[in-house]
Design a protein around this ligand. Structure first.
Ligand SMILES: *[C@@H]1O[C@H](CO)[C@@H](O)[C@H](O)[C@H]1NC(C)=O
Ligand SMILES: *[C@@H]1O[C@H](CO)[C@@H](O)[C@H](O)[C@H]1NC(C)=O
Ligand SMILES: *[C@@H]1O[C@H](CO)[C@@H](O)[C@H](O)[C@H]1NC(C)=O
Length: 244
């Protein structure tokens, strides 16, 4: 067999075998990413969720999550997400660019659904640290969708602020030992997002007092589900950091 036909066969196989995870903290390796269920708030309600990896490579990933959650309408039940295993460990002042592209949609959605579709980006003083730990200084959320009247942590501090070719309502407030700064799309759902995240990082340093010495410790992209039934498909997602 020629090498080229071997690679053609193995890439067909990796596209063809979808893997599904169902447990509260189940994760799957997904090329340059890790797909995790993260049903951290499931005790606040009743329901279930499963997440499926469709295909992955070093650069991009395609996946979906399917859930039904009831009760506790103000409580997050889960943050099913993909975490980049490579886009981390760079100080804000050393980022040249951080291109990302996320194409997603709901293929089914109940009425009254309360959920966001969001990036969750973690900064800290040390070059590495897990999300939502003592190593975290900032949690930066970018909401490409927020359905059912849900709100980020804290209070709204700006309206329709332009960053990276879109406009955002910025929210700020404390959570545990870190600050949360959230960008909520002021124009509704952004299903085909393709920007340089460094525009957000520059805004945070220049306008929100974030030290340029902070390190990017983790970049996650997923969905916080509160209540409702949905199947959310990420057709493709990618992110990378180019250092200076
Ligand atoms: C979502 O999960 C439910 C329950 O397992 C199933 O009936 C439904 O077909 C799934 N939807 C999709 C789009 O996978
Ligand atoms: C979701 O996106 C895919 C790819 O762009 C498209 O084929 C599909 O029709 C979309 N579904 C919905 C419900 O918008
Ligand atoms: C804004 O859009 C322009 C034109 O597509 C693109 O070159 C630029 O990189 C975008 N800016 C950001 C921050 O994504």
């Amino acid at each position: 067999m020629h090498i080229s036909s071997f690679f053609a066969l193995s890439s067909l196989l990796s596209l063809g075998v979808a893997q599904t995870i169902t447990g509260q903290y189940d994760c799957l390796p997904a090329g340059g990413f890790t797909l995790c269920q993260n049903l951290w708030g499931e005790a606040a309600g009743v329901g279930s969720q499963k997440s499926t990896l469709a295909s992955s490579s070093t650069a991009s990933v395609s996946w979906s999550t399917n859930y039904t959650w009831a009760n506790g309408p103000n409580n997050v039940k889960s943050y099913a997400n993909v975490l980049s295993t490579t886009s981390k460990g760079v100080q804000l002042q050393n980022v040249a660019s951080a291109p990302t592209a996320w194409n997603w949609n709901y293929t089914s959605q109940s009425s009254g659904i309360r959920a966001d579709v969001s990036y969750d980006i973690w900064f800290g003083k040390a070059s590495s640290g897990s999300p939502a730990t003592s190593a975290s200084s900032y949690e930066i959320m970018i909401w490409l969708s927020g359905l059912g009247g849900i709100q980020p942590v804290g209070s709204q501090i700006t309206t329709a602020t332009p960053v990276a070719n879109h406009t955002w309502n910025v929210w700020k407030g404390p959570n545990a030992n870190w600050q949360v700064i959230s960008f909520v799309s002021s124009t509704g759902d952004i299903n085909d997002f393709n920007v340089d995240l460094n525009a957000f990082f520059t805004y945070l340093v220049n306008s929100q007092g974030v030290a340029s010495t902070q390190y990017i410790q983790a970049i996650q992209a997923g969905t916080e589900a509160f209540v409702g039934t949905a199947n959310l498909v990420t057709n493709s997602y990618s992110v990378s950091i180019v250092s200076k």
